[in-house]
Design a binder for this molecule. Sequence first.
Ligand code: FES
Length: 510
Amino acid sequence: MKTIRLTIKDKNNSILASLREAGYELPAWCGGRGSCGKCGVRFISDAPPPCAGDRERFSDEEISAGWRLSCLTHAAGTFVLEIPESGEEMSRCSLPGDREDVSRKEDSQSGSKGQGILSGADRSHELALAVDLGTTTIAAALVEARQEPGQGPKILRTATTINRQRVYGADVLSRIDAANRGEGEKLKELAMEDISRLCRQLGCGSDVRDLAIPVIISANTTMGHLLQGLSCEKLGVYPYEPVDLSLHQYGGMTILPGISTYVGADIVSGIIACGIDRKEELSLLLDLGTNGEMVIGSRDGILAASAAAGPAFEGGNISCGVAGVPGAIDGVTIRDGKALISTIAAKPPIGLCGTGVLETVYELVREGIADRTGLMRQPWFEEGFPLAQDITFTAKDIREVQMAKAAIRAGIEILTESYGVSYDQIDRLYLAGGFGKKINCRKAVGIGMLPEELADRVTAVGNSSLMGAAMFAADPAVRERMDRVTKISREISLSNHRRFEDLYIDYMSL
Ligand code: FES
């Protein structure tokens, strides 16, 4: 946390908006609707009266200490505030001094030299930059572009950063809303700056708009539109029409093609990365990022859908949720009412990432602390279940997970049925997304998120969107494959499906 002085003249502005105007970016996953609790700040003195949303979110002691949700607080005057450092979640869930700059850390983990220049060895090869522009995180890879058809990409270095657009909300709908309210230019600039930051970490230039090497962008449709400054007016309302899904050039970058507004280029890249478009065998691809996209098919045809699962499995909408950064709890076992946890990079715990969220729910049910309807026993119903100091899993968190996993599981069922097959006929389940890498399949099956029949056919593929973009950079034949994927893929709408509601309710059970 850092302490700042803020003068607000217009009382109609929320503290969150005033902070943003002053150049401070706070996490605001719900887009300022008062539901995510991520935008908390502490007034050192002269705290404005708390509103109902503050009372719901904070304890009496926290209210007295000056904690308020900045998106719901309106006041004029000069205030001294404690706010999270850039990239830090609300610190009630953190231990002071435990946070690290995520991008810097991942940079060093990935072996990036971070010196802003290519080494002599790098320069002697033909290089390209592949980018997965995700709603929550942005990943980039410096790729050795080989010209031999059929060869895989050689990835030299990778780097990851948090998408700073999340100050406008965690999900794509909040970003669409913000763009439609006139914030499109700022959103575009944030995306350009974030990608440029990754360029600097990878040592291939300082601004993505001026790179001397090819840049390949794999993004979901909304992120792609925001990056290009395209109108988002029709993205958020039926019939959800995008402006441009084609494979094209924009500002020196290659924008990969998408299938629809809710099945974007990131999924086309994932299909390529898993080779679904070439295989005779039947594959199911689940990309559990901020949206839950899913694909079933083979070289003969592909069916895709997007489940509005929400960001619970990325730590979003979870009271102590954080992204998959050092210190995030990613493993949980409960024994005799006590939690044993593991964290990313073995750092002191700062909150729960997606895998930690899933494991916590599984363990709470297994230990009988919560029942299959998601109801927690007392005293945990009131107080939440303690996982670590200042990190508690609440009854509302369980509800968020139930809703997310019910949407995913109902989606899998409808997609499989619409393709005219049963689970037995699916040869392989590819799990993609940050969550996919470390998922404990037994626990995912245990809470009913994945069908039991597929438990032994799971392959975790990590960031398949980034891999697909890297493959595009390395192999000219991938261009044709992507073109074909967009032609043989069809999208079905889950929300309009007659069975979705019933299945969703059935699968709320844990
Ligand atoms: S609660 Fe304020 S942005 Fe979500």
